[in-house]
Each structure stands twice: as structure tokens, then as C-alpha cells.
Write a new protein. Structure first.
Length: 434
């Protein structure tokens, strides 16, 4: 006697988590469970056919081209030292204030995130760029690490965000609209982080040092280095917003623009170009592996009707739509401790998305909310991915120290989520004007 579909679905989820605990890469684990589960219900032949078809279709699909393109743009930008320039400019403008270096780090993280699109990359880059500077000026370890961990989360919010692009692909939403939806919440996040630092300065006046004021000539000189990055960002996002090019074309334009700017400003030599190409290829390959695995797992979910059953269960709880939304967000916070943002979104969106549609929430707005919640999962105790990244770059930090520094920003994030749920227009205003 064979197992029922429900039993196979449960077995599938249990196997998936066991594989992930055994450190099997997420994409591989999802693909394995998906194909095996599908074979148990349908048959081995169709299940194996799915592997070939899905892999081919994913890597040759034009809309998916947006992911490697934006990754290439991010790689060119990070090897050509833009993070240092952004930090220098922000430091020159705000470094003289109490806690100013913290504010400078948040703003530089935001600027870098707007071109790079990855949280983990932003956190790793600024651990090497901003952390030593903050320590040199006498900032406490916990605060320095906390600011970088929080600033890193801007990577997934501000366009071009890889996580939002993947969400768009999975839910068949307009990538351009989702990128636009991330702009205002991303700026809100930056302003609220800066505000948090200002509050910390008010509450503990002597805790954070103030730097030396810089002459205006020096500030303007530092700003001179930043304009190419700003022009690149405005060109890519402006073109998307104005409908000049599709998201995939915007990715190509961004990568080409980043390459040209790097070469013209003599920031890219042969060695750095090679590094950037390798870096982008590696990351893209990793993302595509996870995507293919997720799609295979998705077929398995469809055949077991898991999404429909989860929808029926959650909507039948009688706790109202916001109650269900709160439940989903708590689940993301817990998952955030276990895996990175991309894997989390890819694994859960096919199951959760039908619930959201059934409850009548806006899919674009939900994309922003889910990315914010997932990012919060990356920094909150007991296990935040960004915290691990910072710890691996800065060896002499303890986890407790980093988490101590992150707590004020976690509170800020929760407040921001409440604001966004109360006022969906913050996320929906820009996409609505496209």
C-alpha cells in the first residue's frame, strides 16, 4: 500500500529540513526532494523529464537574464572600489557629528546596496571598509558591528534587488514595478536607521565620539568621486521607471555602464575584470541552482496540492487577514535564523503566495513586506546570517557583541514593518505612477 499524497508532502518537508541541517546546498536539497516526491506520486519517467526541461527552461529564459546582469553590475561596482568612495564621501559630510560615522556607514551602505543588490555582499564589503575606520575613531565594537549588520539589510530593499527579482519571477509579477516599490521603503529604512543613531546619541551622549569638522573644499572633493555611481543608478532606475527599457535590458545597461565607468576612471584593470566576471558567474550559478531546485520542488508541491491545503488551513483559522499575515511574518522571522534570504523566499513563496492573494493583499506590496521581514531575520538573534558574515570578516568580534549592537536596529525594523502594513501606499505609490 502506497503512502497518501499528504503523507508524501510531509515526508518531503521533513527530508528537506534534514538535508539542509546536514549542510546540503539548498538548491540541491530542494531538487532532490522535489524529483523524488514527484516520482513517488506520478512516476520516475516524468519526474526525470522534469529535471531536463526545468533546467533548460530556467537558464535560457529571457526574463531570468535580469539576475546575472544585475549581479555583474554589482561585481564591477564592488571590485572598482566604489564602497570606499561612498564611505569617504559620507564620512567627509557627516563624520564631524556625534555618531556621524555610523550615519555615514548607513548612507554608504544604502548607496552601495542601490548598485549591488545583495545584503550579504553589502555587509561583507562594509565590514572591511567601515569597521576599521569606526574603531580607529573610538566607536564601540558593538555599535560599529550593529550599524554594518543593519546597513547590510538595505541590499535587498533598494533596487536592483536580486531577492525582489526572484520574488517577481516566482509570482509572475512585474519586476520593474517591484523594483519601484522598494525605493520609498528603502529610503524610509535608511532615514530610520540614521534617526536610530541620533536617538542613541541623545540617550547615551558620551558613548559615541564626534570627529573633526572637515573644510568644505575637502567635502566637495570627496563628493566628486561619488557622482559616477549616482549617475549609473539614476540611469538604470530612471530608464526602468520611464519605460525606456525592460528590467532585463536595465540589467544589461547597468552592467555595461558599470564596466565603462570602471574602465574610463581607470578603476578596472585586466585582473579586476576577471575577478568581477568570476564573482558574478559564481553567484549567478548559485542562484540558478537554487531556482531550478525550487521549481522542481514547486512541481512536487503542486501535485500534492500543498499550497491549496495551506491556504484552506490558514484562512479557516478565523483570526482575520491581519492575523494570518502576522503568523506568516513570525514564520519568516524564525526561518531567517536558519537560511539566507534567497533560499527562504524561493522555498516559501510558492506556498504562501496563494494565501496572500486569497486574503486580498496586494502582491507587489507583499513582495516588499516579505523582503523586509526576511531581512530582519538576517540580523535578529539568535542566528542572523549577516551577523555570521561580519563575524567571518572581523575575527575578534563575539556574537554577543554584534547582537548587542543590532538590537536598536531590530526595534527600528519592527516599527518600520508596522508603518508599512498600516500605510501600504508607501510601497505602492511609485509603481502606481509607472
Amino acid at each position: 500500500m502506497g503512502l497518501s499524497n499528504d503523507a508524501i508532502a510531509v515526508l518531503g518537508f521533513v527530508s528537506l529540513f534534514v538535508l539542509m541541517l546536514l549542510r546540503v546546498p539548498v538548491g540541491m536539497a530542494m531538487g532532490l526532494v522535489g524529483v523524488t516526491g514527484y516520482a513517488m506520486i506520478a512516476d520516475v519517467g516524468p519526474a526525470l523529464k522534469l529535471v531536463g526541461q526545468t533546467s533548460m527552461r530556467t537558464v535560457t529564459d529571457y526574463t531570468f537574464g535580469v539576475i546575472p546582469m544585475f549581479m555583474l553590475m554589482g561585481a564591477f561596482v564592488s571590485v572598482s572600489g566604489v564602497s570606499k568612495e561612498l564611505f569617504r564621501a559620507a564620512h567627509a559630510s557627516f563624520g564631524h557629528l556625534r555618531g556621524g560615522l555610523g550615519m555615514a556607514t548607513v548612507l554608504a551602505c544604502g548607496g552601495f546596496a542601490a548598485i549591488c543588490g545583495s545584503s550579504v555582499a553589502t555587509a561583507a564589503t562594509f565590514s572591511t571598509v567601515a569597521y576599521p575606520e569606526m574603531r580607529r575613531y573610538g566607536y564601540p565594537q558593538s555599535f560599529s558591528a550593529g550599524v554594518i549588520a543593519a546597513g547590510g539589510t538595505l541590499g535587498a530593499m533598494l533596487p536592483p534587488s536580486t531577492v525582489l527579482a526572484v520574488y517577481a519571477v516566482l509570482t509572475q509579477q512585474d519586476i520593474g514595478k517591484l523594483f519601484m516599490a522598494g525605493v520609498l521603503p528603502g529610503l524610509l529604512a535608511m532615514s530610520m536607521y540614521v534617526l536610530t543613531i541620533a536617538v542613541i546619541v541623545l540617550v547615551k551622549p558620551g558613548w559615541l565620539p564626534a570627529g573633526q569638522p572637515r573644510p568644505w573644499s575637502e567635502r566637495l572633493l570627496a563628493l566628486k568621486d561619488v557622482w559616477p555611481s549616482l549617475v549609473l543608478f539614476a540611469f538604470v532606475i530612471g530608464g526602468l521607471y520611464g519605460g525606456l527599457f525592460t528590467p532585463t535590458e536595465a540589467g544589461g545597461m547597468g552592467a555595461g555602464g558599470a564596466f565603462l565607468l570602471g574602465v574610463l576612471r581607470r578603476k578596472l584593470d585586466r585582473e579586476k575584470i576577471r575577478t568581477a566576471l568570476l564573482q558574478a558567474t559564481r553567484t549567478a550559478a548559485a542562484v540558478f541552482t537554487v531556482l531550478i531546485g525550487a521549481l522542481l520542488f514547486g512541481y512536487f508541491l503542486t501535485i500534492t496540492q500543498t499550497p491549496q491545503k495551506v491556504t484552506a488551513f490558514l484562512t479557516g483559522l478565523g483570526i482575520g487577514r491581519y492575523g494570518v499575515l502576522a503568523l506568516i511574518m513570525v514564520m519568516y522571522l524564525i526561518l531567517g535564523c536558519l537560511m539566507d534570504a534567497m533560499a527562504m523566499i524561493i522555498l516559501t513563496v510558492p506556498i504562501i503566495f496563494p494565501v496572500i492573494i486569497q486574503l486580498g493583499f496586494d502582491p507587489i506590496w507583499f513582495g516588499v513586506i516579505i523582503v523586509m521581514t526576511v531581512e530582519l531575520g538576517l540580523i535578529h538573534p539568535p542566528v542572523g546570517m549577516n551577523v555570521f558574515v561580519i563575524k567571518s570578516v572581523v575575527q575578534d568580534l563575539s556574537f554577543t557583541t554584534i547582537f548587542k549592537g543590532v538590537i536598536p536596529f531590530v526595534i527600528t525594523d519592527i516599527v518600520r514593518l508596522v508603518i508599512l502594513i498600516a500605510f501600504p501606499m508607501i510601497a505602492l505609490w511609485l509603481p502606481g505612477r509607472m
